[in-house]
Design a binder for this molecule. Structure first.
Ligand SMILES: NC(=O)c1ccc[n+]([C@@H]2O[C@H](COP(=O)([O-])OP(=O)(O)OC[C@H]3O[C@@H](n4cnc5c(N)ncnc54)[C@H](OP(=O)(O)O)[C@@H]3O)[C@@H](O)[C@H]2O)c1
Length: 338
Protein backbone atom coordinates (compact mmCIF):
# COMPACT_ATOMS: atom_id res chain seq x y z
CA UNK A 1 0.00 0.00 0.00
CA UNK A 2 1.25 3.50 -0.82
CA UNK A 3 0.43 6.39 1.52
CA UNK A 4 -0.53 9.61 -0.32
CA UNK A 5 1.74 12.46 0.74
CA UNK A 6 2.00 16.17 -0.05
CA UNK A 7 4.90 18.61 -0.02
CA UNK A 8 4.26 22.31 0.65
CA UNK A 9 7.23 24.41 -0.46
CA UNK A 10 8.57 22.16 -3.23
CA UNK A 11 10.30 25.11 -4.93
CA UNK A 12 12.64 25.50 -1.93
CA UNK A 13 15.77 23.57 -1.00
CA UNK A 14 14.28 21.31 1.67
CA UNK A 15 11.09 20.84 -0.36
CA UNK A 16 12.94 19.62 -3.42
CA UNK A 17 15.05 17.27 -1.29
CA UNK A 18 11.80 15.84 0.09
CA UNK A 19 10.63 15.30 -3.48
CA UNK A 20 13.94 13.63 -4.42
CA UNK A 21 13.65 11.17 -1.52
CA UNK A 22 9.89 10.60 -1.56
CA UNK A 23 9.55 10.09 -5.32
CA UNK A 24 11.76 6.99 -4.89
CA UNK A 25 10.21 5.81 -1.61
CA UNK A 26 8.53 2.40 -2.01
CA UNK A 27 5.60 3.05 0.38
CA UNK A 28 4.38 6.54 -0.55
CA UNK A 29 2.80 8.26 -3.54
CA UNK A 30 3.45 11.96 -4.12
CA UNK A 31 -0.13 13.25 -4.40
CA UNK A 32 0.15 17.03 -4.03
CA UNK A 33 2.86 19.65 -4.50
CA UNK A 34 2.56 23.32 -3.64
CA UNK A 35 4.67 26.47 -3.68
CA UNK A 36 4.36 30.22 -3.16
CA UNK A 37 5.34 32.53 -6.03
CA UNK A 38 6.38 29.54 -8.19
CA UNK A 39 2.96 27.86 -8.08
CA UNK A 40 1.54 27.23 -11.55
CA UNK A 41 4.93 26.73 -13.18
CA UNK A 42 5.83 23.28 -14.51
CA UNK A 43 8.11 21.42 -12.10
CA UNK A 44 10.91 21.37 -14.66
CA UNK A 45 10.73 25.16 -14.98
CA UNK A 46 11.42 25.36 -11.23
CA UNK A 47 13.88 22.43 -11.08
CA UNK A 48 15.11 21.51 -14.59
CA UNK A 49 16.91 18.48 -13.18
CA UNK A 50 13.54 16.94 -12.35
CA UNK A 51 12.36 16.95 -15.99
CA UNK A 52 10.41 13.79 -16.80
CA UNK A 53 9.36 12.99 -13.21
CA UNK A 54 5.69 11.94 -13.18
CA UNK A 55 4.24 13.93 -10.25
CA UNK A 56 1.23 16.26 -9.73
CA UNK A 57 1.34 19.91 -10.84
CA UNK A 58 2.76 22.55 -8.49
CA UNK A 59 -0.28 24.40 -7.13
CA UNK A 60 -0.86 27.34 -4.80
CA UNK A 61 -0.83 26.39 -1.13
CA UNK A 62 -4.34 25.37 -0.05
CA UNK A 63 -5.24 23.37 3.06
CA UNK A 64 -8.42 21.87 1.56
CA UNK A 65 -6.58 20.56 -1.51
CA UNK A 66 -3.83 19.02 0.60
CA UNK A 67 -6.38 17.48 2.99
CA UNK A 68 -8.44 15.99 0.15
CA UNK A 69 -5.46 14.24 -1.40
CA UNK A 70 -2.97 13.44 1.37
CA UNK A 71 -2.66 11.41 4.56
CA UNK A 72 0.67 13.04 5.47
CA UNK A 73 1.82 16.55 4.53
CA UNK A 74 5.36 17.89 4.81
CA UNK A 75 5.65 21.64 5.36
CA UNK A 76 8.90 23.06 3.95
CA UNK A 77 7.89 26.70 4.45
CA UNK A 78 9.28 29.78 6.21
CA UNK A 79 8.00 30.02 9.79
CA UNK A 80 6.07 33.15 8.86
CA UNK A 81 4.00 31.49 6.08
CA UNK A 82 0.47 30.09 6.38
CA UNK A 83 -0.21 30.53 10.13
CA UNK A 84 -3.55 28.64 10.05
CA UNK A 85 -2.41 25.74 7.88
CA UNK A 86 -1.39 23.28 10.60
CA UNK A 87 -4.64 23.48 12.61
CA UNK A 88 -6.63 23.15 9.38
CA UNK A 89 -4.73 20.04 8.30
CA UNK A 90 -4.87 18.44 11.75
CA UNK A 91 -8.61 19.09 12.02
CA UNK A 92 -9.05 17.38 8.64
CA UNK A 93 -7.28 14.28 9.97
CA UNK A 94 -4.00 14.83 8.10
CA UNK A 95 -0.71 14.06 9.85
CA UNK A 96 1.80 16.89 9.55
CA UNK A 97 5.60 17.02 9.56
CA UNK A 98 6.66 20.66 9.84
CA UNK A 99 10.25 21.38 8.86
CA UNK A 100 9.88 24.96 10.07
CA UNK A 101 10.41 26.31 13.54
CA UNK A 102 6.83 26.93 14.68
CA UNK A 103 6.23 23.80 16.79
CA UNK A 104 9.75 23.13 18.07
CA UNK A 105 9.60 25.16 21.29
CA UNK A 106 7.12 23.86 23.85
CA UNK A 107 6.72 27.24 25.59
CA UNK A 108 4.80 29.81 23.46
CA UNK A 109 6.53 32.70 25.25
CA UNK A 110 9.93 31.22 24.25
CA UNK A 111 8.64 31.21 20.65
CA UNK A 112 7.56 34.85 20.94
CA UNK A 113 10.97 35.82 22.39
CA UNK A 114 12.86 34.01 19.61
CA UNK A 115 10.66 35.01 16.66
CA UNK A 116 9.34 38.42 17.67
CA UNK A 117 5.62 37.64 17.31
CA UNK A 118 3.09 35.62 19.31
CA UNK A 119 2.65 31.96 18.43
CA UNK A 120 -0.31 31.68 15.99
CA UNK A 121 -1.80 28.51 17.54
CA UNK A 122 -0.31 27.82 21.00
CA UNK A 123 -3.14 25.37 21.77
CA UNK A 124 -1.55 22.94 19.27
CA UNK A 125 1.90 22.95 20.89
CA UNK A 126 1.22 20.14 23.41
CA UNK A 127 0.57 17.60 20.66
CA UNK A 128 3.75 18.38 18.71
CA UNK A 129 6.50 15.76 19.02
CA UNK A 130 10.07 17.00 18.53
CA UNK A 131 11.26 14.91 15.61
CA UNK A 132 14.72 13.75 16.61
CA UNK A 133 14.45 9.94 16.34
CA UNK A 134 17.51 9.51 18.56
CA UNK A 135 15.62 11.25 21.38
CA UNK A 136 11.89 10.59 20.83
CA UNK A 137 11.48 7.51 18.65
CA UNK A 138 8.66 6.04 20.77
CA UNK A 139 6.50 9.17 20.74
CA UNK A 140 7.07 9.70 17.02
CA UNK A 141 5.29 6.44 16.15
CA UNK A 142 1.95 7.89 17.33
CA UNK A 143 2.55 11.53 16.42
CA UNK A 144 -0.01 13.52 14.42
CA UNK A 145 2.18 16.62 14.39
CA UNK A 146 5.98 16.41 14.17
CA UNK A 147 8.21 19.42 14.74
CA UNK A 148 11.20 18.50 12.62
CA UNK A 149 14.37 19.79 14.33
CA UNK A 150 16.60 22.53 12.97
CA UNK A 151 19.85 21.54 11.29
CA UNK A 152 22.13 23.16 13.91
CA UNK A 153 20.20 21.59 16.81
CA UNK A 154 20.33 18.17 15.10
CA UNK A 155 24.11 18.19 14.60
CA UNK A 156 24.75 19.69 18.04
CA UNK A 157 22.40 17.26 19.80
CA UNK A 158 23.93 14.16 18.20
CA UNK A 159 27.36 15.29 19.41
CA UNK A 160 26.18 16.51 22.82
CA UNK A 161 23.48 14.09 24.05
CA UNK A 162 25.83 11.34 25.27
CA UNK A 163 27.98 13.96 27.05
CA UNK A 164 25.08 15.73 28.74
CA UNK A 165 23.32 12.48 29.66
CA UNK A 166 26.46 11.42 31.58
CA UNK A 167 25.57 14.05 34.20
CA UNK A 168 29.22 15.19 34.21
CA UNK A 169 28.61 18.35 32.19
CA UNK A 170 27.09 21.66 33.33
CA UNK A 171 27.18 23.48 29.99
CA UNK A 172 28.57 23.04 26.49
CA UNK A 173 30.21 25.08 23.73
CA UNK A 174 28.91 24.40 20.22
CA UNK A 175 30.92 25.70 17.29
CA UNK A 176 29.10 24.98 14.03
CA UNK A 177 29.74 25.41 10.31
CA UNK A 178 26.91 25.55 7.78
CA UNK A 179 26.73 25.35 4.01
CA UNK A 180 25.03 28.23 2.20
CA UNK A 181 21.85 26.27 1.42
CA UNK A 182 21.04 26.57 5.14
CA UNK A 183 19.72 30.06 4.38
CA UNK A 184 17.17 28.75 1.85
CA UNK A 185 16.75 29.62 -1.83
CA UNK A 186 15.61 33.23 -1.55
CA UNK A 187 18.41 35.49 -2.77
CA UNK A 188 20.12 37.68 -0.19
CA UNK A 189 23.58 38.88 0.90
CA UNK A 190 24.11 35.62 2.84
CA UNK A 191 23.94 33.51 -0.32
CA UNK A 192 25.40 35.67 -3.09
CA UNK A 193 28.35 33.88 -4.72
CA UNK A 194 30.64 36.93 -4.55
CA UNK A 195 30.04 37.33 -0.83
CA UNK A 196 30.32 33.73 0.37
CA UNK A 197 32.88 32.16 -1.96
CA UNK A 198 36.45 32.09 -0.47
CA UNK A 199 35.19 33.49 2.81
CA UNK A 200 33.89 32.28 6.18
CA UNK A 201 32.01 34.32 8.75
CA UNK A 202 30.47 33.89 12.21
CA UNK A 203 26.99 35.30 12.76
CA UNK A 204 24.39 35.64 15.56
CA UNK A 205 27.12 34.74 18.09
CA UNK A 206 26.90 35.15 21.88
CA UNK A 207 23.48 33.56 22.28
CA UNK A 208 21.75 35.55 19.55
CA UNK A 209 20.84 32.69 17.19
CA UNK A 210 17.24 31.46 17.33
CA UNK A 211 18.33 27.84 17.54
CA UNK A 212 19.84 28.30 21.01
CA UNK A 213 16.45 27.97 22.73
CA UNK A 214 15.74 24.77 20.79
CA UNK A 215 19.11 23.25 21.75
CA UNK A 216 18.74 24.16 25.42
CA UNK A 217 15.18 22.80 25.57
CA UNK A 218 16.40 19.45 24.24
CA UNK A 219 19.70 19.19 26.12
CA UNK A 220 18.72 20.81 29.44
CA UNK A 221 22.05 22.67 29.85
CA UNK A 222 23.22 26.12 28.68
CA UNK A 223 24.70 26.10 25.17
CA UNK A 224 27.26 28.69 24.07
CA UNK A 225 26.61 28.51 20.33
CA UNK A 226 28.53 30.15 17.49
CA UNK A 227 27.33 29.44 13.94
CA UNK A 228 29.56 30.06 10.92
CA UNK A 229 28.69 30.32 7.26
CA UNK A 230 31.27 28.56 5.08
CA UNK A 231 31.56 28.34 1.28
CA UNK A 232 29.97 24.99 0.48
CA UNK A 233 26.55 24.24 -0.96
CA UNK A 234 25.37 21.77 1.64
CA UNK A 235 26.79 20.29 4.82
CA UNK A 236 27.10 21.03 8.51
CA UNK A 237 29.79 20.35 11.09
CA UNK A 238 29.20 20.75 14.82
CA UNK A 239 32.11 20.70 17.27
CA UNK A 240 30.92 20.41 20.86
CA UNK A 241 33.33 20.99 23.76
CA UNK A 242 32.32 20.11 27.32
CA UNK A 243 34.41 20.36 30.47
CA UNK A 244 33.77 17.34 32.73
CA UNK A 245 33.36 17.60 36.50
CA UNK A 246 35.37 14.40 36.93
CA UNK A 247 38.03 13.11 34.52
CA UNK A 248 37.28 10.35 32.05
CA UNK A 249 39.09 8.73 29.11
CA UNK A 250 38.76 8.53 25.36
CA UNK A 251 37.86 4.84 25.64
CA UNK A 252 35.10 5.49 28.18
CA UNK A 253 33.65 8.24 26.01
CA UNK A 254 33.72 6.04 22.93
CA UNK A 255 31.95 3.27 24.83
CA UNK A 256 29.33 5.76 25.99
CA UNK A 257 28.71 6.99 22.43
CA UNK A 258 28.67 3.44 21.02
CA UNK A 259 26.06 2.36 23.58
CA UNK A 260 23.97 5.51 23.13
CA UNK A 261 23.66 5.08 19.38
CA UNK A 262 23.85 1.27 19.04
CA UNK A 263 20.14 1.07 18.26
CA UNK A 264 19.98 4.21 16.09
CA UNK A 265 20.76 3.46 12.45
CA UNK A 266 21.08 7.09 11.36
CA UNK A 267 24.10 7.69 13.59
CA UNK A 268 27.52 6.18 12.88
CA UNK A 269 30.37 6.44 15.39
CA UNK A 270 33.65 7.16 13.63
CA UNK A 271 37.28 6.54 14.64
CA UNK A 272 38.38 9.75 12.96
CA UNK A 273 36.78 13.22 12.74
CA UNK A 274 34.07 13.14 10.05
CA UNK A 275 33.92 15.42 7.02
CA UNK A 276 30.74 16.95 5.64
CA UNK A 277 31.53 15.21 2.32
CA UNK A 278 31.16 11.84 4.10
CA UNK A 279 27.42 12.44 4.57
CA UNK A 280 26.58 14.65 1.60
CA UNK A 281 23.12 13.84 0.25
CA UNK A 282 22.37 11.38 3.08
CA UNK A 283 20.01 11.14 6.04
CA UNK A 284 22.82 10.09 8.39
CA UNK A 285 25.02 11.67 11.03
CA UNK A 286 28.68 10.72 11.53
CA UNK A 287 30.03 11.41 15.00
CA UNK A 288 33.47 11.26 16.64
CA UNK A 289 34.50 11.83 20.25
CA UNK A 290 37.85 12.39 21.98
CA UNK A 291 39.16 13.38 25.41
CA UNK A 292 41.47 16.34 26.10
CA UNK A 293 43.20 15.14 29.25
CA UNK A 294 45.08 18.35 30.06
CA UNK A 295 41.93 20.46 29.99
CA UNK A 296 39.54 17.85 31.35
CA UNK A 297 37.24 18.32 28.38
CA UNK A 298 35.42 16.10 25.90
CA UNK A 299 35.33 17.14 22.25
CA UNK A 300 32.63 15.59 20.06
CA UNK A 301 32.27 16.32 16.34
CA UNK A 302 29.20 15.60 14.23
CA UNK A 303 28.84 15.94 10.45
CA UNK A 304 25.44 15.98 8.73
CA UNK A 305 23.98 17.25 5.51
CA UNK A 306 21.91 20.27 6.59
CA UNK A 307 19.23 19.41 4.01
CA UNK A 308 19.44 15.64 4.62
CA UNK A 309 19.69 14.57 8.28
CA UNK A 310 19.30 18.28 9.11
CA UNK A 311 15.90 18.60 7.35
CA UNK A 312 14.30 16.44 4.62
CA UNK A 313 16.07 13.14 5.34
CA UNK A 314 15.17 13.35 9.01
CA UNK A 315 11.58 14.30 8.09
CA UNK A 316 11.22 11.14 5.99
CA UNK A 317 12.84 9.12 8.81
CA UNK A 318 10.09 10.53 11.08
CA UNK A 319 7.40 9.65 8.52
CA UNK A 320 8.67 6.06 8.41
CA UNK A 321 8.25 5.85 12.19
CA UNK A 322 4.76 7.39 12.01
CA UNK A 323 3.68 4.89 9.35
CA UNK A 324 5.12 1.89 11.19
CA UNK A 325 7.67 1.20 8.45
CA UNK A 326 11.25 0.04 9.04
CA UNK A 327 12.82 3.35 9.99
CA UNK A 328 15.46 3.48 7.27
CA UNK A 329 13.06 2.72 4.38
CA UNK A 330 13.81 4.79 1.30
CA UNK A 331 16.41 6.99 2.99
CA UNK A 332 19.55 8.05 1.10
CA UNK A 333 22.33 6.31 2.96
CA UNK A 334 25.58 6.64 1.00
CA UNK A 335 27.21 9.97 0.13
CA UNK A 336 27.50 11.59 -3.27
CA UNK A 337 31.21 11.37 -4.07
CA UNK A 338 33.52 13.00 -4.93
N1 LIG B 1 17.71 25.00 4.36
C1 LIG B 1 18.03 24.25 5.41
O1 LIG B 1 19.16 23.74 5.53
C2 LIG B 1 16.99 23.95 6.47
C3 LIG B 1 17.32 23.00 7.46
C4 LIG B 1 16.38 22.72 8.45
C5 LIG B 1 15.16 23.35 8.46
N2 LIG B 1 14.87 24.28 7.51
C6 LIG B 1 13.55 24.93 7.55
O2 LIG B 1 12.77 24.41 6.47
C7 LIG B 1 11.88 25.44 6.01
C8 LIG B 1 12.11 25.63 4.50
O3 LIG B 1 13.47 26.02 4.32
P1 LIG B 1 14.14 26.09 2.87
O4 LIG B 1 15.59 26.30 3.12
O5 LIG B 1 13.67 24.96 2.04
O6 LIG B 1 13.50 27.46 2.33
P2 LIG B 1 13.45 28.03 0.82
O7 LIG B 1 14.46 27.37 -0.02
O8 LIG B 1 13.48 29.52 0.95
O9 LIG B 1 11.98 27.58 0.33
C9 LIG B 1 10.80 28.11 0.91
C10 LIG B 1 9.59 27.50 0.23
O10 LIG B 1 8.41 28.03 0.83
C11 LIG B 1 7.56 28.58 -0.20
N3 LIG B 1 6.82 29.72 0.36
C12 LIG B 1 7.35 30.85 0.92
N4 LIG B 1 6.37 31.65 1.36
C13 LIG B 1 5.20 31.02 1.06
C14 LIG B 1 3.82 31.35 1.26
N5 LIG B 1 3.45 32.49 1.85
N6 LIG B 1 2.89 30.47 0.84
C15 LIG B 1 3.25 29.31 0.24
N7 LIG B 1 4.53 28.93 0.03
C16 LIG B 1 5.49 29.79 0.43
C17 LIG B 1 8.51 28.98 -1.30
O11 LIG B 1 7.80 29.07 -2.50
P3 LIG B 1 8.21 30.11 -3.69
O12 LIG B 1 9.70 30.08 -3.78
O13 LIG B 1 7.51 29.52 -4.85
O14 LIG B 1 7.66 31.44 -3.26
C18 LIG B 1 9.49 27.81 -1.26
O15 LIG B 1 8.93 26.70 -1.91
C19 LIG B 1 12.19 26.71 6.81
O16 LIG B 1 11.27 26.81 7.86
C20 LIG B 1 13.59 26.44 7.37
O17 LIG B 1 13.82 27.09 8.60
C21 LIG B 1 15.75 24.58 6.50
Amino acid sequence: MQTPIGIAGVSGYTGVELLRILSAHPHVRVSALSAGASAGKPLDAIWPGFAGLDVPAVEPLDAATLAARCAVVFLALPHSAAPTLVPELLDAGVRVIDLGTRFRLRDPSAYARSYGHPHPCPERLPEAVYGLPEAHRGALRDARLVANPGCYPTATAIAAMPLVESGAVDWIVADCLSGVSGAGRSPGPRNLYCEVQESAVAYHAAGRHRHVAEMEQLLGVPVSFTPHLVPMRRGMLATVTARFKTPTTREALRERFAARYADHPAVTLRDTPPATADVRGTARAHVFVDWDDERGAAVAICAIDNIGKGAAGQAVHNMNLMLGLPETTGLPWLPLLP
